[in-house]
Design a protein around this ligand. Structure first.
Ligand code: ADP
Length: 642
């Protein structure tokens, strides 16, 4: 969905929710008004009845006067009676008697709006029409309302008929009452409504003219929500409009409601916007990530593709990927020749067993700690020696191995040449050296007496150095043969304690000479398979070193079985080995630069030989040392389980 469309939909949602919200508010509003009207109706009912009653009551003063006239054919003490009636009926401004329609008597005399007495109601009067109507219909008729001197006035005209001697009804005249609407209203207690927070307006819909006249009102503001209470009288319809004064809080709450609706609509449309946008954002994110991934894959591919190192991937023992360098190394024209072909086609058969085991382990996710040297046959038939370092990967959803190859054919050739050279030279040196050693010894032993002391000393130095040279040459030959993986002759089943005892017995003298404590603690019956001569040589080197590099204190040899292995500990309390030296310790010709070491002298080949010998027995050698505190060599050998 495009962003414009989302904005459009969100806007639409906003409008719809706003409209619905406003409708809802309006509905609530109407409901509230209805409730208000009902409340008003209930409240005002007694007051409207009061008003109607008071109005009728005030008007009925005309009937009382009429009754007197009918009885006495006139009213003698009119003023007293009128004052009395005004007092008791209430709401009356003036009472009048108009025999023949002409006002003859009125009380109080100042009223009647200056029309004065002798005023003919039927001829020249503001209420002439009503007077004629009253006379014609024979019933009380109300004229007005009028704006009088004291406020709104109504005039009630009651035609009085007297029965003559012949029994006929003869029009006598009118009894007239002028009502003061203000008084009528106040007598109806309408004012109480004001105290209760209501406003009222009393109007009259004129029976003939149908004009609506406001008689009294407590407010100037026209009503919007009001309860209209109508009641009919002979003078037309009276309408009492009552409304409740709206409290300010009402307007405020109405505004709050509208604001709330606006807010909710905005919220809903905002939510819609966010929800609709989310897939777009997700999609964008996915696109960005995919691109990043593609780029990183591309970079990685380029790295591998263009690497000068031959890199290949195989799965199910078949080639699935080769970079250009690997294609070239294996002598193929292009990768398609090798892809899908078994890797064992190229590995020389006598390497298959060792390689197969390793490859299966890699497919299972194990990363081999060491590189593997194998011989392969290129497509052009040439044999190569390659060093392979592999690691497990997943390639196209299956377990695979990524292998980096290094062509070590040349290096191996050189190493072989070097070994051959060393062993040839060593062999060649050994013969003349044996002669020198032999003749020197003969000279020393046979001509001891005929030689001067100085000559004897010189001959002893020659003998000593020939011995050192012989040692060095023997060591060199040993290390070369160990490197070539040659263990002399058949392997024997050996009791490790016998081997170590031989070593201890031979070297105890050296320890004794230095005054060292020499402890030997050997577990008997720990059987191993090995070349006794080599093992004696390896352990002799270690024990001799321990004695050599311990000025005073203790040297111990301890052997036992541990975790299904034979474990030999050769411990000393000697000079120790610096941490920086530990990494180079087993390298050929390495000797520490420590003064003590330099003074003692040596070839730097002893540990290299020991390590090679132990490893050729499938064992391991480790060292723990603290400078000035001592050193422990730990040798692990596999137990013989035959
Ligand atoms: P070297 O003929 O010098 O003894 P090695 O190969 O036997 O040759 O030992 C190499 C070096 O390792 C020694 O020169 C010495 O610095 C150090 N080393 C070997 N064994 C010990 C030991 N037990 N205590 C201290 N240093 C030792």
């Amino acid at each position: 969905m495009t962003p414009i469309r989302i904005a459009f939909i969100s806007g639409f949602v906003f409008l719809v929710t706003l409209a619905l919200g406003l409708l809802f508010v309006q509905f609530i509003e109407q409901d509230r008004q209805l409730e208000q009207q009902q409340a008003i109706t209930q409240t005002i009912a007694p007051y409207t009845q009061n008003l109607q009653r008071q109005l009728n009551h005030s008007l009925s003063a005309t009937f009382a006067l009429a009754a007197l006239i009918r009885q006495f054919k006139g009213v003698d003490n009119f003023e007293t009676i009128a004052a009395d009636f005004i007092e008791s009926y209430g709401g009356i401004l003036s009472l009048q008697l108009a025999p023949e329609g002409i006002v003859q008597q009125m009380y109080p005399s100042s009223s009647n709006d200056g029309l004065g007495s002798e005023h003919n109601l039927l001829e020249n009067s503001p209420w002439q029409t009503q007077a004629l109507l009253a006379q014609a219909q024979g019933q009380l008729t109300v004229a007005g309302p009028f704006a009088g001197e004291f406020g709104t006035e109504l005039v009630g005209l009651l035609p009085v008929f007297l029965v003559d001697d012949l029994g006929r009804e003869q029009f006598w005249g009118f009894t007239v009452v002028v009502l003061d609407m203000n008084q009528v209203i106040s007598l109806s207690n309408l004012e109480v409504l004001l105290e209760q927070g209501f406003d009222y307006t009393l109007s009259n819909l004129h029976v003939d003219t149908q004009t609506l006249t406001t008689l009294a009102s407590s407010t100037r503001v026209p009503f919007e929500t009001a309860v209209a209470y109508e009641f009919e009288t002979s003078q037309g319809t009276w309408i009492l409009n009552i409304s409740q004064k709206e409290p300010d809080s009402f307007v405020a709450s109405f505004l709050v409601e509208i604001a709330l609706v606006g807010l909710i609509s905005a919220l809903i449309s905002g939510l819609t916007f966010a929800l609709l946008r989310q897939p777009i954002m997700l999609q964008n994110q996915v696109e960005v990530r995919t691109q990043q991934l593609q780029e990183s894959e591309e970079r990685y591919r380029n790295l591998v593709e263009l690497s000068p190192e031959p890199i290949l991937v195989h799965a199910n023992e078949k080639f699935v990927y080769l970079n250009a360098a690997a294609v070239q190394l294996l002598g193929a024209k292009d990768e398609s020749i090798l892809l899908g072909k078994p890797i064992f086609n190229l590995i020389l058969p006598d390497m298959h067993n060792a390689t197969k085991k390793r490859i299966q382990q890699i497919y299972q996710g194990h990363r081999p700690s060491e590189r593997l040297d194998i011989q392969i046959q290129r497509l052009d038939g040439r044999i190569l020696e390659v060093e392979v370092s592999s690691m497990p990967i997943r390639y196209l959803e299956q377990p695979a191995s990524q292998a980096i190859l290094r062509d070590v054919t040349e290096r191996k050739k050189l190493e072989r040449l070097k070994s051959e050279l060393i062993s040839n030279v060593s062999h060649e040196l050994r013969t003349p050296l044996t002669a020198i050693k032999g003749y020197t010894e003969i000279l020393i032993s046979e001509d001891e007496n005929s030689l001067s002391q100085q000559q004897l000393d010189f001959l002893n130095i020659v003998a000593q150095n020939s011995n050192r040279l012989t040692n060095l040459i023997n060591n060199l030959l040993d290390i070369e043969s160990l490197d070539a993986g040659k263990l002399s002759g058949e392997l024997d089943t050996l009791d490790l304690s016998d081997v170590l005892r031989t070593v201890a017995q031979a070297l105890k003298v050296n320890a004794d000479e230095k005054g060292l404590d020499f402890e030997v603690d050997l577990e008997a019956g720990v059987l191993i398979k090995g070349d006794e001569g080599r093992l004696v040589q390896a352990f002799s080197n270690l024990v001799a070193n321990a004695i050599k590099y311990t000025p005073q204190g203790l040297v111990s040899i301890h052997s036992r079985t541990k975790d299904n292995e034979a474990l030999v500990e050769i411990r000393d309390s000697g000079i120790g080995i610096a941490e920086t030296d530990l990494v180079k310790l087993f390298e050929r010709f390495f000797r520490s630069s420590d003064k003590y070491v330099r003074k003692v002298g040596g070839t730097g080949l002893g540990l290299a030989i020991a390590k090679a010998a132990i490893e050729s027995h499938d064992g391991r050698i480790n060292v723990e040392s603290k400078i000035q505190q001592g050193t422990t060599f730990l040798v692990h050998l596999p137990l013989y389980e035959g």
